[in-house]
Design a protein around this ligand. Structure first.
Ligand SMILES: [Zn+2]
Length: 307
């Protein structure tokens, strides 16, 4: 069973309405690949591309949610919309859970009603920023590196109140520490260890340990830039190095995977698309016990679902 905390299929379906989720060669994650790898839960991020003008971003988010229900849930009877642990428990053997997440509050602007609306439509996890600054906080590439804004703190409190994950992936370091102070359910859906790859998107050991202390989870991502400082040569073993490092600093029960499939064109050798989870599972089984493998692939994320 696999719980993958991040992919960008919805953005691709939104940009190109002719793609079929069933088996399109242009997608890393398809229904066929999820069936083949016995995936149990796939998170689908709502990510609004940078070129979309501010005033239509919320509409774009609603359109992605519409595509999620029309082209994924309604079309394929074995894809089930899930939001809670109970929803996942209720899945039959051949059913796959599909979760909605938000990557960056750009779609919400400075409007809490828009955020609450997305949460009521079923978004279970909210990434506060993408790489730049927005009304909530600064992203990892914003030179200013500021923390949460007053509105950003309201956003996190809203997520606490409605029992949703606050996703720290893409945040500036300062905003990360602000979130750690107030978020009840922090996770990092797709981030790696800064110790092994010094990219601003990755988390330093102190940050990983702070997430562990708050009972959060870190989803290791397969994007080459975040795995190694020589991204052209990223291979599956790099994912295992990040996993081992996070385990070595106390994260064995707090680490999972957030592939970021369909989020970047560049891929890692051996992990080119969701089918390749098979390769990862084979390598994990050589190195870890059955219980550990199950935790990394599924249970660590599943158990931290706040509702
Ligand atoms: Zn991302």
């Amino acid at each position: 069973m696999i719980f993958d905390a991040h992919c960008d299929v919805l953005m691709k379906l939104w940009l190109n309405r002719s793609l079929s989720f069933y088996d399109s060669k242009k997608l890393h994650v398809t229904l066929q690949s999820l069936i083949l790898t016995k995936s149990k839960v796939q998170c689908f991020a709502i990510y609004i591309p940078e070129h979309v003008p501010e005033e239509v971003r919320f509409t774009a988010a609603l359109e992605m949610i519409d595509l999620f229900f029309e082209k994924i849930i309604a079309r394929f009877p074995n894809m089930k919309f899930v939001q809670t642990k109970a929803d996942i428990d209720a899945l039959s053997e051949h059913e796959i859970g599909a979760m909605l997440t938000l990557e960056g509050c750009e779609a919400v602007g400075k409007n809490l009603v828009k955020l609450k609306t997305l949460l009521r439509l079923g978004v279970v996890s909210v990434g506060l920023t993408w790489n730049w600054a927005n009304s909530v906080a600064d992203g990892a590439w914003e030179e200013r590196g500021a923390g949460l804004t007053h509105f950003g703190k309201e956003v996190v409190r809203q997520l606490n109140e409605m029992k949703r994950w606050t996703d720290v992936s893409h945040l500036s370091e300062r905003a990360f520490w602000d979130v750690i102070e107030i978020a009840q359910f922090p996770i990092a859906s797709h981030s790696n260890a800064h110790f092994l790859c010094g990219h601003p998107r990755n988390l330093r050991d102190e940050q990983i340990q702070a997430l562990i202390k708050k009972d959060g989870v870190i989803g290791i991502t397969f994007v080459p830039y975040f795995l190694t400082e020589k991204p052209k040569q990223a291979i599956l073993t790099d994912v295992l190095r990040h996993l081992e490092h996070i385990c070595s600093i106390g994260g064995a029960r707090h680490v999972g995977f957030g592939s970021d499939f369909d989020g970047a064109e560049e891929t890692t050798v051996g992990l080119e698309n969701a089918r390749c989870y098979e390769n990862l599972i084979n390598e994990l089984q050589k190195r870890y016990s059955e219980t550990e493998v199950e935790r990394f692939l599924f249970r660590n994320f599943y158990e931290r679902l706040p509702q």
